[in-house]
Design a protein around this ligand. Sequence first.
Ligand code: ZN
Ligand code: ZN
Length: 382
Amino acid sequence: MKALVYHGPGFRSYEEKPMPIIKDSTDAILKMTKTTICGTDLHIIKGDVPSVTDGRILGHEGVGIIEQIGENVSNFHVGEHVLISCISSCGKCTNCKKRMYSHCENGGGWILGNLINGTQAEYVRIPFADNSLYSIPAEADEEALVMLSDILPTGFECGVLNGQIKPGDTVAVIGAGPIGLAVILTAQFYSPSEIIVVDNDDNRLEVAKKFGATQVIHNDLGNAAEKIMVLTNNRGVDVAVEAIGIPSSFDICQAIVTAGGHIANVGVHGKPVQLNLDKLWAQNITLTTQLVDTVTTPMLLKTVMSGKLQPSQFITHHFTLDEVMQAYDTFGNAMKEEALKVIITNGIMMDKVEQVSDIFSNAMLEQTTLKDQLAFNDSLGG
Ligand SMILES: [Zn+2]
Ligand SMILES: [Zn+2]
């Protein structure tokens, strides 16, 4: 099968890899239908994630169809259409019982596209399938559901729930990448009065407004904290969400959090930050950190199905799996390309089938070839 493979810092290739096989009785093998690229994948390519070794297939998000299940998988059947959680979890260990799936003690956690082969491939092995997959309702837009593998639960759990956003709160989101935008969307479940968004990219700030930001601040002069204090009459914000993962954005959060407020860290930090306890020790603040547990995925799935949450807004680009190298180039130049999330389809996309159809009919090729391709595409549900 074909897959996107990491080959040490700076190197990736699209190449032939062996098909995954069932290793444990709780595994499922999925044929991928759609996947995407995460900011974390770019960090891996840069060499920032040393747990990922040469030869690893990347990707921890996507939807697919179950091809094979181990004998102890009881919640799913072959042929079922499923959403993959970026976190694999046994559901039985002490941490899983505490709904802390990201710290599963039986070898789960964030392992897909990290410690084991991931989803940017034609097929993937999902360990602990019963607790790590979610059934997709027949009428769902599976492309939109790809956003539920990682970014929406991450924004919601690590930003909104940890930040304890309440009706009427003033919220600041530092960083308007896909995760920051996921925070903006899901914060609105709780009707905050203001959502102030800080970023350095004009396009992302425009998008943030569409997603529900009430004020946007371009931080080109590095004075976002002062601007937020002016906007809030020097009161600061009830909840500051750090959605980048660099010291300067954490510093903004420390400077703007009001007494009794929350700093919810979502960003992945590669360097230490300074904690200004000399200013904060008496401010009754709460600082939270978390790796997403994806325990809210069923609830988020319901809000998507009801139309209250529309994750398709994140999708800016489409590629086929064969174009995954190009997809990385585009996502890696997100600012220039105005990219948020790219969808990578395994198989032939419908608009491409139409193009192929023209070429085929022009060439008077056998009808069966096209029919086969259409049937193939149908079998992918798209
Ligand atoms: Zn991710
Ligand atoms: Zn566990």
